[in-house]
Design a protein around this ligand. Structure first.
Ligand code: 13P
Length: 254
């Protein structure tokens, strides 16, 4: 477990409107005094970031992006650079989400560039890795996830790793209502920690938050957080409902 409390990140995906975001963030802010040692991050769609950042300014809630480009500026239609995010107080960025990989063709190489650009801009990248249901049935999940992780960490061999997080998100658990069991998630997290240790050493492995994502809800959250190597959660659907997200943060705070 990393020191400094659990990290609970809400990935809103492509869900946002000024009214809905205002109501959701308003409710989160009203309970922000009870987060305890837990840290909370919300990742709205890019277009909603300025408004959300303004709402949470000075509160314990941080803002993350759902992706980040590796260049600072130029002819990259549809992309957002690290410095643009920094201008709006963004301190985290999800990279390599399985939806980006599957639906938008993002390769390990592209994910690695995004990851290291974020590190270079002092944005904490949250690197998503995870196997498909078929891969788990074949028993190759550890190898798949390890290769996704090594592809990105190796790409930065020359540089300093800075601060980063890894989110284990088994594809079969995303949006299905079927979370991985706490024991299976813990087994994978332990493996991930050993890979980070192999690449960067024990000190960095110990302080790198390893998040679980995939149908996290108020029901299973406490069991997940009780596991030694589960340092937080990357929450999709439940992060859009204030009461649900707050219940998960509360499980993380205890
Ligand atoms: P759900 O929590 O909706 O399964 O989504 C998980 C996820 O993809 C978070 O990035």
């Amino acid at each position: 477990m990393v020191s400094g409390g659990k990290l609970v990140v809400g990935n809103w995906k492509m869900n946002s409107s000024p009214a809905a975001d205002g109501a959701l963030v308003g409710q989160l802010l009203r309970s922000a005094g009870s987060f305890g040692a837990a840290s909370a991050v919300v990742c709205p769609p890019f277009i909603a970031i300025p408004a959300v950042a303004e709402m949470v300014a000075g509160s314990p809630i941080a803002v993350g992006a759902q992706n980040v480009h590796w260049e600072e500026k130029g002819a990259f239609t549809g992309e957002i650079s690290p410095s643009m995010l920094r201008n709006y107080s963004v301190t985290y960025a999800i990279v390599g989400h399985s939806e980006r990989r599957a639906l938008f063709g993002e390769t390990d190489a592209a994910v690695a560039r995004r990851f290291w650009a974020a590190v270079g801009a002092s944005i904490v990248p949250i690197l998503c890795v995870g196997e498909s249901g078929e891969e788990r049935n074949l028993g190759v999940q550890n190898a798949i996830v390890e290769s996704q992780l090594r592809a990105v960490l190796r790409a930065g061999e020359a540089g300093s790793p800075g601060k980063f997080a890894v989110a284990y998100e088994p594809i079969w658990a995303i949006g299905t209502g079927k979370s991985a069991s706490a024991a299976d998630a813990q087994a994978m997290h332990r493996h991930l920690r050993s890979v980070v240790e192999d690449v960067f050493g024990e000190g960095i492995a110990k302080r790198t938050p390893l998040l679980y994502g995939g149908s996290v809800s108020r029901h299973g959250a406490a069991d997940l957080f009780a596991e030694k190597d589960i340092d937080g959660a990357l929450v999709g659907g439940a992060s859009l409902v204030a009461g649900e997200f707050l219940a998960i943060i509360s499980a993380a705070a205890n």
